[in-house]
Ligand binder design. Structure first.
Ligand SMILES: O=C(O)CCC(=O)C(=O)O
Length: 292
């Protein structure tokens, strides 16, 4: 790079990140996510290319009654917007459509199991903490149509300040087990994600979730934290969160079909559970998929 300005340098990196050649630049973008100014500058540098590359959308109208401005206000302030609802019938229809699909126990390719067996077998018979299937929208058109919702896209566009794209979908079952070995404890621990440099997740419970069924928890406002402490600590202990931020924790219980939008750059976790939970995740971001 010659003596270009800082922004020119960023633009060059941004361009490389969008080309199939440079995973190094993509890694830079993920690192930049932890620095507010870098994140903002990189967004500006990338904008022309991302706007040019944005796909035409044929949006559906699942959440037409969602108020985009309220959702954006909540997300910017708290990192969380609640109150989405697919309805119990739709949640149950999605679960029925999982029956013939192949899930992976603990995401292990060597442990495939049909959704109907995952749902029929007892927790102890499964001997797994999770059973999941990625890219579920490719298998279940109903999920694809929910993920294509025009209002969700408008919220994502507004929050990112860039054209949003669906970057992944997954359904997983969280399965209670009497003993959680040390290597699995992170499943239930506070952490934050860096999945893109602008991103959020939309979660829908597919089963009723009360305090026993592993409610998702979020540390309100932590998506705005760019402190050194956060940069160096991707994970936080329960006791630490209780002591430092007790009053800011939202624990999200709700019936099957209920959902919420969450900026998972804020600290969040799935709580430990004694009753099984099924959840659908739709994730939106801005970067095109990495080349295969
Ligand atoms: O299971 C949960 O509620 C937590 C999910 C989570 O940590 C994530 O999607 O990054």
């Amino acid at each position: 790079m010659k003596h270009g300005s800082y922004t020119e340098g960023l633009r060059e990196l941004a361009g490389l990140a969008l080309s199939p050649r440079h995973s190094v630049a993509t890694r830079y973008l993920r690192l930049a996510t932890r620095f507010q100014t870098l994140r903002w500058l990189t967004s500006r540098a990338l904008k022309p290319k991302l706007v040019r590359g944005a796909a035409q959308r044929a949006g559906t109208a699942y959440f037409a009654s969602l108020d985009v401005e309220t959702a954006l206000r909540d997300l910017r302030r708290d990192g969380l917007h609640r109150g989405l609802n697919l309805g119990g019938e739709v949640a149950r229809a999605i679960l029925r459509q999982c029956e013939p699909l192949t899930f992976l126990l603990d995401y292990d390719p060597a442990r495939p199991m049909l959704g109907r067996d995952v749902m029929a077998r007892s927790d102890s018979a499964l001997e797994a903490h999770q059973a999941g299937l990625w890219n579920i929208h490719r298998h279940i058109p109903l999920v694809a149509s929910i993920a294509n919702d025009e209002t969700l896209y408008r919220i994502a566009d507004g929050y990112f300040g860039l054209p949003a794209r669906l970057i992944n979908t997954v359904i997983w079952f969280s399965i209670p087990q009497p003993v959680v070995p040390p290597e699995k404890r992170d499943l239930y621990g506070w952490h934050y994600d860096i999945d893109d440099f602008q991103f959020f997740k939309v979660f829908f419970y597919l089963t009723d979730v009360d305090g026993e069924a592993g409610p998702h928890a979020y540390l309100l406002g932590s998506q705005r934290d760019y402190s050194l402490d956060k940069k160096i600590r991707r994970r936080l202990a329960d006791a630490d969160v209780a002591k430092r931020f007790g009053g800011r924790v939202a624990v999200l219980t709700g019936p099957a079909g209920s959902g919420f939008i969450e900026d998972t750059f804020g600290y969040h976790k799935g709580s430990a559970l004694t009753r099984r939970r099924a959840i659908l995740q739709l994730e939106y971001g801005v970067l095109p998929p990495a080349p295969a």
